[in-house]
Write a protein that binds this ligand. Structure first.
Ligand SMILES: *Cc1c(COP(=O)(O)O)cnc(C)c1O
Length: 368
């Protein structure tokens, strides 16, 4: 069945539907080549790279409409590293975690494994739904805006008056509307909705989060330099990172931020992902053999769509047939273990390509 040939005229123009790393627009690669001449292979302590970092920080501040006193902080290592950064530098004693998929579980495991912290409070919900936090005796509340492993998106509202609200926006940031004032730390990595490459983490931090960071840095807690948030704050304010950043990741990110601005900023980006995901879910709702995995329509992610298939369809074979036709990374999150496809619909993805994808799925299912 992998021999199935989908007619070229049915196929999307770009077949990349990964949930991260995700589609990078060809024009970004052109920019990378052009800017590479002056930036790649040069010192990150000199003006050209610092200007790149400064423009990224400025554009992110405008794009997310940062409230007074919030700062854009960045460091090396991606969102996974940020969990360790948070365990060292943001949690004073105890965190509460909303766990509703693999990524939220991993952050809970990070604070749970830290011997200097108390056992975290974990509020769990089954995959495909969302766990909500309420007031508790904790100093950090953690959740994810979008659970990339399940395609469930959480409402983002402060759970309590006490504590810092720390939100994993790795796949949501730049693809979903957000009121950053509801959060203290809205953190992400650039290889998802921001269409860049991996290796960086970026955190939008409130004055309360900056204050907490300084407080813990001044305490007698041992914090490795590469995981110190205060060190990252100090470096970011100088438009640099503690150690060498991936310059290509920064350049691709900057070009995507400029493109997103031309699209109408976050409002335009969110409208585009809503258009793409609206088409996917409408197709699945109408299909005799497919349905959205997230049963509650209000929780369905606009950026990562998970579609369950009836037993008459072998989703694994379907994903393989799509892959053989240049439509890649529609496989579900490996540990979820469902008869499912997962479709990344970040702003870089053309809504018409999502429509083409659903036509290709119909074509393949009829013939498998
Ligand atoms: C991809 C992802 C991560 C991990 O990001 P890395 O940069 O690979 O560490 C964490 N959280 C969520 C919600 C993600 O989608």
């Amino acid at each position: 069945m992998v021999d199935l040939v989908i007619p070229p005229e049915l196929r999307p123009v770009d077949g990349r539907f990964g949930s991260g790393p995700s589609k990078i627009r060809p024009a970004q690669l052109d920019y990378l080549v052009a800017t590479g001449q002056s930036v790649l292979g040069t010192s990150h302590r000199q003006a050209p790279v610092k200007r790149l970092v400064a423009e990224i920080r400025e554009r992110l501040a405008v794009f997310f409409d940062l409230p007074q006193g919030y700062e854009v902080i960045l460091g090396m290592g991606g969102s996974t590293t940020f969990w360790d950064v948070a365990a060292f530098s943001l949690v004073r004693e105890r965190a509460a975690h909303a766990v509703f998929g693999e990524f939220t579980a991993k952050f809970a495991a990070a604070t749970g494994g830290a011997p200097w912290l108390r056992e975290p409070l974990v509020v769990e919900a089954p995959a495909g739904s969302v766990a909500l936090l309420g007031p508790a005796e904790v100093d950090v509340y953690a959740t994810a805006h979008n659970e990339t492993s399940t395609g469930a998106a959480s409402p983002i509202q402060r759970p309590a008056a006490n504590g810092l609200f720390v939100v994993d926006a790795t796949s949501a940031a730049a693809g979903m509307a957000i009121d950053v004032a509801e959060t203290d730390v809205y953190y992400f990595a650039p290889q998802k909705a921001l269409a860049s490459d991996g290796g960086l983490w970026i955190a939008l931090m409130s004055p309360a989060a900056l204050e907490r960071t300084a407080e813990i840095a001044a305490s007698d807690r041992y914090i490795p330099a590469s995981l110190s948030l205060q060190t990252a704050v100090d470096n970011s304010r100088l438009e640099q990172t503690l150690n060498t950043p991936a310059l290509a990741t920064l350049a691709l990110l900057l070009d995507q931020l400029r493109w997103l601005d031309a699209l109408g900023g976050l409002t335009g980006a969110a409208a585009r992902t809503a258009e793409s995901s609206g088409r996917l879910y409408a197709w699945a709702d109408a299909s005799p053999y497919a349905e959205p995995f997230v049963s509650e329509p209000g929780l369905r992610s606009p950026v990562v769509g998970t579609i369950d298939f009836g037993e008459q369809v072998d989703a694994k074979a379907l994903a393989a047939a799509l892959r053989a036709n240049g439509i890649v990374d529609t496989e579900p999150y490996r540990k979820l273990g469902r008869n499912q496809l997962r479709i990344g619909m970040y702003p870089a993805v053309d809504p018409d390509d999502v429509s083409a994808l659903t036509a290709c799925i119909d074509y393949a299912v009829e013939r498998l």
